[in-house]
Design a protein around this ligand. Structure first.
Ligand code: ARG
Length: 424
């Protein structure tokens, strides 16, 4: 039967080609990347991709298609969060509390958080680090249809220096020390860690070029890894076709990572004009998690976040938001990354309102989580778009996000690669 349909399709029998199509209609459709808005929109989905999109009048339903009418809702591409850790719960395991959980527990959390994230309208995420290779198993189970979840681009163990933010085992004293899987010294060891991650199937490389908020004994402003070490990581990763994300709060570490050739800077908190200019010139994307602050400062203490981390959050929060404003005003490529795990998975979209508060238009904020994020993944015109040929990753929200960005916090229709994951 399939062969006959394919043959008919090949000679132009479009009804046959669309025999298993889905016909989705809504009050409007927004494609943030092109800026195109279609009123009374219709989308034809076939084989997991967008086969046609246009006004309902000019895009009739193919014979035999399953119809999904979303009424007064707005249709958008599925959202992309460029910075998550699906293995980490926001409300457990902070500071020393985390030491009681074995690694296996991360897999369970990953499964739970994958579903929450997809239900919230995020059809794609980057998982930028966990202790081991656990989230690759979650990714593969999602891809094989065993559990629901977003498309995952997984980094595996982050690569970094002894005692650094990316080793993150600093809570234990020296005689109980556990060394993180990605801890390395010098360019050759760094290269070996990249090779090992490639061997086990990661999709990107994560490193750290400064200290962080949630690692013990690290300083936000202090660079980590030499430029030589960072260059080795980038060279090795790019040679194998993988992109590199570098965690960096402090200005020097941000610039070191850009000089070394990384693809995205995570957090990018202390940006000066030169750092912004360097990022623009190199085409480096800035993934700035500017929602976290509220959650950590409101809930952190009760959840057991150590005072050291709370103090660092107080130091970085407002500075990072002003950096965000400057970067957006300067026209840098700012993408949507939340660091969900610091705050609850499923609340990812709460960051949109903060992005608009600190200088983005609603359309820019939507582009940061769709078209621009897809570009940073190397998947432009495939993910994060409502155009013919794009993957049929779609969400619907009540109201119009151009006038009220917070409607993105309540997603009641989710489709991933043509499969409906959530219906109104
Ligand atoms: N994972 C990051 C760190 O530990 C989280 C930073 C959160 N705070 C912020 N203002 N972005 O450094």
């Amino acid at each position: 039967m399939r062969a006959i349909l394919a043959a008919l399709a090949a000679i132009g029998f479009s009804d046959a080609a669309f025999a298993e199509a889905v016909y989705v209609t809504a009050a409007r459709a927004i494609d943030p990347g092109s800026g195109r808005v279609i009123d009374n929109a219709a989308v034809i989905v076939s084989d997991g991709r967008i086969a046609a999109i246009g006004a309902r009048t000019s895009t009739p339903a193919p014979a035999g298609a399953e119809a999904i009418d979303l009424g007064a809702r707005t249709l958008m591409p599925g959202l992309i969060d460029m910075h998550t850790h699906l293995s980490g719960p926001a409300t457990k395991g902070r500071g020393y509390d985390g030491l009681q959980y074995a690694g296996e527990r991360n897999v369970v959390w990953g499964v739970v958080h994958a579903r929450k994230t997809l239900d919230a309208g995020f059809t794609t995420v980057r998982n930028v680090g966990s202790g081991g290779y656990d989230m690759l198993a979650v990714r593969d189970a999602i891809n094989e249809g065993e559990i629901p979840g977003p498309r995952m681009f997984v980094a595996g163990p982050p690569i970094g220096i002894v005692g650094g933010h990316c080793s993150d085992r600093n809570y234990l004293p020296h005689d109980a020390e556990r060394v993180g899987e990605g801890v390395a010294t010098g360019p050759w060891e760094m290269r070996e860690k990249v090779r090992r991650n490639v061997k086990f199937g990661v999709d990107l490389i994560k490193t750290c070029s400064t200290g962080g908020v949630f690692s013990k004994g690290t300083l936000l402003g202090a660079p980590q890894s030499t430029v030589e070490e960072l260059e080795a990581i980038v060279d090795e990763a790019h040679m194998r076709g993988l992109k590199v994300a570098s965690h960096a709060h402090g200005t020097v570490g941000i610039k070191n990572a850009i000089r070394a050739g990384v693809d995205t800077i995570e957090h990018a908190s202390f940006l000066d004009d030169e750092a912004i200019a360097m990022a623009k010139r190199a085409g480096v994307y800035l993934s700035m998690d500017i929602y976290n602050t509220e959650f950590t400062l409101a809930e952190g203490e009760a959840l057991g976040v150590p005072e050291e981390s709370l103090a660092k959050e107080r130091e970085v929060g407002s500075v990072q938001r002003e950096s965000f404003r400057k970067a957006v005003a300067a026209g840098a490529k700012v993408i949507f990354g939340t660091d969900a795990a610091i705050y609850p998975h499923g609340d990812n979209a709460k960051q949109f309102a903060v992005m608009v508060r600190f200088g983005m238009t609603p359309m820019q904020a939507m582009t940061a989580a769709t078209d621009l994020a897809a570009e940073a993944l190397g998947r432009k015109d495939d993910l994060g778009c409502l155009r013919v040929g794009c993957a049929a990753d779609m969400i619907a929200v009540g109201g119009d996000p151009r006038s009220d960005i917070t409607v993105l916090e309540t997603v009641d229709f989710v489709m991933k690669a043509g499969d409906t994951a959530k219906r109104p």
